[in-house]
Design a protein around this ligand. Structure first.
Ligand SMILES: Nc1ncnc2c1ncn2[C@@H]1O[C@H](COP(=O)(O)OS(=O)(=O)O)[C@@H](OP(=O)(O)O)[C@H]1O
Ligand SMILES: [Mg+2]
Length: 400
């Protein structure tokens, strides 16, 4: 019997006690074709044990929580000079850079004996230019002030060069071999700038599979958000969702250490369901979502919030469905979904592309997707898939 995240688990003696990766302990191997366990190596997939990732999860929670502290400070008193525009015209702030530097630094400090690879959104190109110097100094101060606020890092001080290096450690290409951290230092930067929802989304890939996630949502209330109360004016705010493969999903307040297990909703009647979608119409086709919702019989209006806070809210049953249909040609990045995906699946939900295939995080920095991403519980997925297929066919026919 072992205890993981407060859960007591009985672990069967492994039928095969070897693995190429000493950090992985397979509980058993399942053969996807026969569903029976076997000692043959042919066509076998390891089923990962959560006990391998406890210290990584602790490091991820610490990194995401400290970054949330930095982001909250910036959002409270945002200066005009804190916001810049990237080459694709999307906004980036000192908090995006500071969060990435902080996560990179903390993960490496907490896990000094592990090889470090990070796939993350930002790079330091603009900060290395002459006109980026003031911004870089502001970021360095934010990072050092945040470290100083934590007793285990009170004596750590980063130079501007350390900060640039920490940001640029996020250039890894990820892939299907080995371990890679995946980070969106601020997911929903537009929401962050509006004073709304955003998330610090951190996940770990092992052999191409997401094995843990820490999702900090500094503006998400602890109480449920629903279609009728998207902005509750009172109650505790600031949630950290975390999931370790095979061990479920938990939520705690960002400034507390007492966690509770969450589960997706059990409803099976779409008429009782509400659905999430992007706040920004440029990020997801709202018309298509409303057609799908109508076909399903969903009565509630969409709940539009920024970032992977949608995955977190769904994992605790605030809503039953998340629909994401980007405009044609957009390629989804792995950091926009990795943490959210495991937070939902470990809470009993299902995350697929529009054709019902699981998301594949092993292909590098991008997801190779069919059309969109849909998320719901196991009971609603068959009817959701049908509604999605019919709606996409209708949309295609009407554009001919
Ligand atoms: N054109 C387009 N289509 C689809 N998605 C896009 C697009 N452009 C950006 N992005 C990514 O969306 C991330 C923001 O998350 P959401 O779409 O969930 O939230 S919201 O649109 O801000 O409400 C956002 O994450 P951040 O860049 O971290 O803010 C982007 O990665
Ligand atoms: Mg971002």
């Amino acid at each position: 019997m072992i205890s993981i995240n407060g859960l007591s688990l009985s672990i069967a003696k492994p039928k095969i006690a070897f693995t190429k990766n000493p950090f992985l302990i397979p509980l058993f191997f399942s053969n996807p074709k026969t569903s029976s366990s076997s000692s043959s190596q042919v066509a076998l997939r390891p089923v990962f044990s959560s006990m391998s990732y406890d210290k990584e999860l602790a490091a991820a929670k610490k990194a995401a929580s400290l970054s949330a502290r930095l982001c909250q400070k910036v959002q409270k008193a945002l200066l005009q000079s804190d916001v810049q525009s990237k080459s694709d015209k999307s906004p980036v702030t000192v908090a995006d850079y500071g969060s990435q530097a902080l996560v990179s630094f903390v993960l490496q400090k907490e896990l000094p004996s592990e090889p470090f690879s990070l796939v993350a959104e930002e790079d330091s190109g603009d900060l290395r230019k002459d006109e980026g110097q003031q911004t870089l100094e502001r970021i360095t101060k934010l990072v050092n002030d945040t470290l100083a606020s934590d007793e285990s890092y009170a004596t750590s001080t980063l130079s501007t060069e350390d900060v640039l290096r920490a940001i640029d450690s996020g250039k890894s290409d990820g892939g299907s071999r080995g371990r890679h951290w995946v980070l969106d230092p601020i997911d929903g930067t537009k929401g962050f700038l509006r004073g709304d929802q955003y998330a610090i989304a951190l996940a770990l890939l092992d052999e191409g599979k997401v094995v843990l996630g820490a999702l900090a949502c500094p503006n998400l209330p602890l109480a449920s958000i629903s279609s009728t109360s998207q902005h509750p004016s009172q109650g505790e705010v600031g949630c950290l969702f975390f999931a370790n493969i095979g061990a479920g999903t938990y939520i705690q307040l960002l400034n507390s250490s007492s966690a509770s297990k969450v589960q997706v909703t059990a409803i099976d009647n779409p008429e009782e369901a509400s659905f999430f979608e992007s706040y920004e119409a440029a990020h997801s086709l709202h018309d298509l979502s409303s057609l799908i919702a109508k076909k399903l019989g969903v009565k509630a209006p969409p709940v539009r919030i920024d970032s992977q806070a949608k995955y977190g809210a769904l994992s605790r049953g605030d809503g039953a469905i998340y629909l994401r249909f980007p405009h044609k040609g957009y390629r989804e990045k792995i950091w926009d979904h990795a943490a959210g995906c495991i937070v939902v699946t470990e809470a009993g939900g299902v995350v697929t592309d529009a054709a019902g295939n699981p998301l594949d995080f092993s292909k590098g920095r991008y997801l190779d997707l069919d059309t969109g991403i849909i998320v719901t519980n196991q009971k609603l997925m068959p009817s959701l898939l049908k509604a999605v297929r019919e709606s996409l066919e209708e949309k295609k026919a009407s554009s001919l």
